[in-house]
Design a protein around this ligand. Sequence first.
Ligand code: MN
Length: 336
Amino acid sequence: MDQISQLKSLLQTPKKIVITSHRNPDGDAVGSSLALSYWLEQKGHSCSVILPSEFPDFLSWMTGADTVMVHDIDADACNQKVAESELIFCLDFNELERIDRLGDALKKSEAPKVMIDHHLNPSDFAQINYNDITASSTCELIFRLIANEFDEKDKITEVIGESILTGILTDTGSFKYATSARLLRIVAELFDLGIDDSKLQDLIFNSQSEKHLRLLGHCLKNRMEVLPEFKTGIIYLSKKDYEEFDIQRGDTEGIVNYMLKVKDITVAIFVTEQPTIVKLSMRSKRAFSVEEICKKYFKGGGHKNASGGYSYQSLNGTIHKIKEILPEFKEKLLSA
Ligand SMILES: [Mn+2]
């Protein structure tokens, strides 16, 4: 039996389902989780969406956002839900390490797991996998699962459509990255359903605080270093910056992308000093793979043009390490 048929048979009787996604959930993580939960509930299942950490404020308008459970806030209740669940969906991530302690609860559970994801190099913890690294977003895959694999396009309500389009808009940066003819056909179908894309664009992209914009100004003016010989830009934020600007979850979202606006920058690296680790977020243009750097040197990964990782070295040590490894990639950088 193929995996979609297995999923269909699992979903034939009402089940207690847990839907989970990655730490620091973005629009795709939250959008795909909510969209999937609404579709499954129409089919008679009872769903709990459980995220490892809180989602950023700019997603709080989403229908159902207030029902999301957060493991960082109430681990016991979340673990209880996982223990009771008969089926677990893992969305927008592909290894259990990405969900920290929630991953331990998942490992203990004997419920079958379904992975739906578009990141490179999936691990094999799930029994059912619906992965496509050419998909723009997990939300695109949720649409394809419902409409194509289950032939239930009629079940895509306005709320489900809005959730799906939210993930598509955020993961593609409003149709700038990872687009395809297939994706745009899906978006056309969402428009046909009456989804108001300009309303969503406004809620998602034009809802920044004054503080956020001033922080961006600080990063670009005082914290950006350009290394022209490596076509690379680095922006860093120290613990002191975090205090001074009162930086909260989500406040640094998207800052890394600004460096790619510079004509001769191919790689943008955003380095932030967290309480116990230094976090790296990398973006690249064209054929150059930041996934390779993140995987080889910073215990991370993601996509060719968007990856992340971390380091246990100091902030300065980490920036020094970046500068040390860039020569290894120089040839690829200059030819990309
Ligand atoms: Mn995604």
